[in-house]
Design a protein around this ligand. Structure first.
Ligand SMILES: Cc1cc2nc3c(=O)[nH]c(=O)nc-3n(C[C@H](O)[C@H](O)[C@H](O)COP(=O)(O)OP(=O)(O)OC[C@H]3O[C@@H](n4cnc5c(N)ncnc54)[C@H](O)[C@@H]3O)c2cc1C
Ligand SMILES: *[C@@H]1O[C@H](CO)[C@@H](O)[C@H](O)[C@H]1NC(C)=O
Ligand SMILES: *[C@@H]1O[C@H](CO)[C@@H](O)[C@H](O)[C@H]1NC(C)=O
Ligand SMILES: *[C@@H]1O[C@H](CO)[C@@H](O)[C@H](O)[C@H]1NC(C)=O
Ligand SMILES: *[C@@H]1O[C@H](CO)[C@@H](O)[C@H](O)[C@H]1NC(C)=O
Ligand SMILES: *[C@@H]1O[C@H](CO)[C@@H](O)[C@H](O)[C@H]1NC(C)=O
Ligand SMILES: *[C@@H]1O[C@H](CO)[C@@H](O)[C@H](O)[C@H]1NC(C)=O
Ligand SMILES: *[C@@H]1O[C@H](CO)[C@@H](O)[C@H](O)[C@H]1NC(C)=O
Ligand SMILES: *[C@@H]1O[C@H](CO)[C@@H](O)[C@H](O)[C@H]1NC(C)=O
Ligand SMILES: *[C@@H]1O[C@H](CO)[C@@H](O)[C@H](O)[C@H]1NC(C)=O
Ligand SMILES: *[C@@H]1O[C@H](CO)[C@@H](O)[C@H](O)[C@H]1NC(C)=O
Ligand SMILES: *[C@@H]1O[C@H](CO)[C@@H](O)[C@H](O)[C@H]1NC(C)=O
Ligand SMILES: *[C@@H]1O[C@H](CO)[C@@H](O)[C@H](O)[C@H]1NC(C)=O
Length: 648
């Protein structure tokens, strides 16, 4: 205990408080609207692990808690990541000492639903379990837990509220840590991130990064992992005039834990607009922007990743660095579209801000029935898709769903169509021919159309908070402009979507374009994003009590039967890594197109020991979730498995 306290004090004394001067003054000329000491680096970023700290404190640590930076000595290539029970897995007292180094930020995983299981200790009450069960799909609450994730199916569903325990996975009503990481570090300083990265690298631990846990591919979990939980890295700074190569104008620096809802609120406060996603609680700086990041403003401004000016991150060697267009430019390129959890742990980014604009949005719901037949519904949909080029080229975006009702009808909601820089009158004028056609078809159409004088208000009203649904699987494809432009291929594609729907899938569809060509922006965003006009997601859902063979068939249909049809109609296109099939075949090509080789080279240069791993992330083909006994439904790799190097 004494020793542990000494380490903590030693670390605090030795921490380097980098001053404001360290950040290049010439990049920030005008005073920030909110003056924060340490202009440039956030305060939490000035709290770093330095060589001095390591030589003062590190040498007094047992060899079983290595915290030195990487790069200096030859490393062992671990055949598998290190797991509890392995010789080099730290002992309880080592973890305690490490926790002291972290200032008490280490959290041993207690799965959130364990409070439904009396054997997990004193927190069980029937009423707290009932409350958790009822709010299990509420992302606002789940995000506050260090290890809860949305796509819990791939974790193995080893600790669910009892009502949701998936019988089809053969689960008994029990709670185990399973595919959740073993420990989390609730990071609030760069030093803590560096300590976690160094320990994980030196011991070969499976490093996990969780921000919000929204990832559809469960990339923010992993059995036996040491989880860097970034949610509490909360800070933001506004620059009236940020200067960088090729850009002078307003910008925001946002810390890793900032969510879209906060970013939009801040933007509104400063009378600017940020290119962020539609999902309210999704993180801004984590998987979203690093994977590309589409937005209701994409048809006007492109991807979120197209507007990053500078990145601060901890790399696999444990160093804290800047990546921008002139420093570590290869990493800067890869971090803008190449994917989260792959190249380093980002602590903040500087992103461009845009002027405020008038925004008009439209929302409506429809369900077939009576004289509004399914045939009429599909006619209505076809008339809409016939206008995709026109709408997207005006800068409009739409996000809508087509789903089966339990009664066998079709329900369709335009979650929102967003027309930026457009008044309600101009929007209505543009839409008038389509509305007239729909009236002719007798569509029971009663839209809510609203004009706002800024994007943040329009967005807040137009997009409800989505539920975290876990009994689902999805697959997706970009439909390029050329496919929708030619009537014959458009018809084939449209009929294929309808066909897949009729066979049992549901749809989430987007109409948008990317106005920025690859000649204008050179980053790692999937080149297929630059040519698309529709982003089409198919998904299947089931009940926890449904029999395994049924769920298996649904899941296999997605990957092996239905999505291949869309691929055949969209040759050379791809899909969005962050909203794709968990077992996307040939994911390298689908997610990255001809940029994959360059991304892999950046990955191997910056992370030669594969400290960072996420399923279907760049470089992950070197690894396999090797425990075939934990395959889900016989075909889905589980994160409740050891991660080992693929045999050569
Ligand atoms: C309800 C909902 C709405 C969505 N809406 C949109 C949308 O409008 N547009 C869009 O493009 N996408 C959207 N997405 C997809 C979203 O972009 C991805 O789920 C994304 O991975 C979420 O990132 P996160 O950081 O919030 O989540 P997490 O699951 O915590 O992290 C995702 C991945 O990024 C890594 N990561 C997180 N933080 C960091 C960091 N600081 N440094 C390095 N790696 C990190 C994690 O390890 C993981 O691999 C939506 C998803 C949901 C569930
Ligand atoms: C019980 O709750 C306390 C306080 O919230 C928490 O510290 C502890 O980890 C919980 N224990 C379990 C087993 O959930
Ligand atoms: C989700 O939880 C938050 C925080 O308690 C609450 O404010 C919100 O109303 C909940 N959402 C729903 C849909 O219940
Ligand atoms: C569930 O319980 C049954 C009977 O007790 C047992 O045979 C089976 O192995 C258990 N399954 C799992 C996944 O633990
Ligand atoms: C994580 O750290 C933050 C900031 O110190 C704190 O408010 C929060 O309670 C911590 N969460 C957990 C689960 O320890
Ligand atoms: C990139 O960062 C470096 C180091 O902080 C700085 O010297 C340089 O001016 C920055 N370049 C741009 C284009 O901002
Ligand atoms: C934003 O605009 C409003 C109205 O024009 C103005 O009152 C406010 O001062 C502006 N805020 C900032 C931070 O510029
Ligand atoms: C559409 O349905 C959703 C969910 O039931 C509801 O919240 C929303 O208000 C409806 N929108 C309109 C325009 O009727
Ligand atoms: C908004 O529309 C006006 C004309 O109506 C145009 O001049 C301006 O460039 C548009 N802004 C953007 C960001 O496209
Ligand atoms: C269905 O009937 C209503 C009421 O008679 C009518 O207004 C509507 O246009 C009809 N719709 C279709 C699709 O025929
Ligand atoms: C969660 O699901 C329930 C219905 O099962 C719904 O009433 C609630 O609004 C959902 N929560 C969120 C956050 O959407
Ligand atoms: C789940 O079960 C309920 C009631 O048994 C049923 O109404 C619903 O359609 C089922 N959902 C799916 C996706 O099968
Ligand atoms: C899978 O797809 C086939 C058609 O390709 C269909 O007949 C079958 O019902 C589907 N299975 C499920 C469970 O949806």
């Amino acid at each position: 205990m004494h020793r542990a306290m000494f380490f903590a004090i030693g670390l605090l004394l030795a921490i380097s408080f980098c001053d404001a001067e360290k950040f290049p003054k010439e990049t920030v000329t005008a005073p920030a609207v909110e003056k924060v000491p340490g202009k440039g680096l956030f305060t939490f970023e000035t709290l770093q692990l330095t060589d001095d700290v390591i030589s003062n404190v590190g040498k007094q640590l047992p060899a079983t808690i290595p915290i030195s930076f990487g790069g200096a000595r030859a490393k062992t290539a671990h055949a598998c990541k290190t797991y509890p029970g392995d010789a080099s897995w730290p002992s309880e007292s080592d973890w305690q000492a490490f926790n002291s180094l972290l200032g008490g930020a280490l959290i041993k995983t207690v799965p959130e639903a364990s409070l439904c299981y009396p054997e997990w200790g004193g927190n069980y009450t029937a009423s707290s379990c009932t409350a958790l069960t009822g709010a299990w799909n509420n992302s606002t609450l789940r995000i506050e837990n260090p290890t809860s994730i949305r796509s819990i199916l791939f974790q193995g569903m080893t600790c669910m509220p009892p009502d949701y325990t998936a019988r089809f996975l053969g689960n008994n009503v029990t709670c185990t840590v399973g595919g959740f990481p073993t420990y989390s570090v609730n990071v609030t300083t760069v030093a803590q991130i560096q300590l976690a990265v160094n320990l994980a690298r030196e011991l070969g631990l499976r490093l996990v990064i969780k921000n919000t846990g929204h990832d559809f591919g469960a990339k923010s979990t992993g059995m036996g992992g040491l989880n860097v939980w970034t949610h509490h890295l909360q800070d933001a700074e506004f620059y009236n005039e940020y200067k960088s190569e090729g850009y002078t104008g307003p910008a925001f620096k946002l810390a890793a834990g900032v969510q879209v809802v906060d970013a939009n609120r801040l933007a509104r406060e400063h009378n600017v607009t940020l290119v962020g996603g539609e999902g309210k609680t999704v993180g801004f700086i984590g998987g979203y922007i690093q994977g590309g990041g589409h937005s209701p403003l994409t048809s006007l401004y492109g991807m979120a990743a197209d507007h990053v000016l500078s990145v601060q991150l901890v790399t696999a060697d444990g160093r804290f660095i800047t990546a921008n267009s002139t420093t570590n430019a290869d990493l800067f390129w890869a971090l803008r579209g190449g994917g989260g959890g792959t190249f380093g742990i980002v602590t903040s980014m500087v992103v461009k801000a845009f002027p405020q604009l008038k925004v008009t949005t439209m929302t409506y719901n429809l369900t077939t029935g009576g004289n509004f037949t399914k045939a009429k519904f599909w006619e209505m949909q076809r008339a809409y898709v016939d206008n995709f080029e026109k709408y997207a080229d005006l800068g409009y975006y739409s996000y809508y769903r087509i789903r089966h009702t339990p009664a066998g009808e079709i329900t369709h909601d335009m979650t929102s169509m967003v027309a930026p820089n457009t008044t309600e009158a101009a929007f209505r004028a543009t839409m008038a021919p389509l509305f007239a056609r729909w009236a002719e078809l007798g569509v029971p159409f009663d839209p809510v159309i609203r004009e706002s004088d800024n994007y943040a208000d329009a967005w807040a009203a137009a997009f409800p908070q989505e539920a975290w649904t876990w009994t689902m699987r999805q697959a997706s494809r970009f439909v390029p402009r050329e496919v929708l432009a030619a009537p014959e291929s458009r018809t084939k594609m449209f009929n294929s979507i309808r066909g897949v729907f009729d066979e049992g899938a549901n749809m989430i569809l987007f109409n948008m374009r990317n106005p920025l060509g690859s000649d204008e922006i050179d980053n790692a965003v999937n080149p297929a994003w630059r040519r698309m006009l529709m982003f089409a997601i198919m998904f299947v859902t089931w009940n926890v009590t449904d029999p395994a063979p049924y769920v298996t068939q649904l899941s296999r249909n997605l990957t092996y039967e239905w999505n291949p049809r869309w691929k055949a109609l969209t040759p050379g296109s791809g899909t969005y890594m962050s909203e794709s099939d968990y077992i996307e075949p040939e994911w390298q090509r689908s997610f990255h197109g001809d940029k994959y080789e360059r991304l892999l080279a950046v990955k191997r240069k910056w992370d030669p020991e594969a400290v960072f791993y996420a399923t279907n992330a760049v470089g992950s083909e070197d690894w396999v979730l090797g425990d075939s006994s934990t395959l889900l439904l016989g075909h889905l790799p589980s994160q409740n498995s050891r991660l080992c190097r693929r045999a050569a």
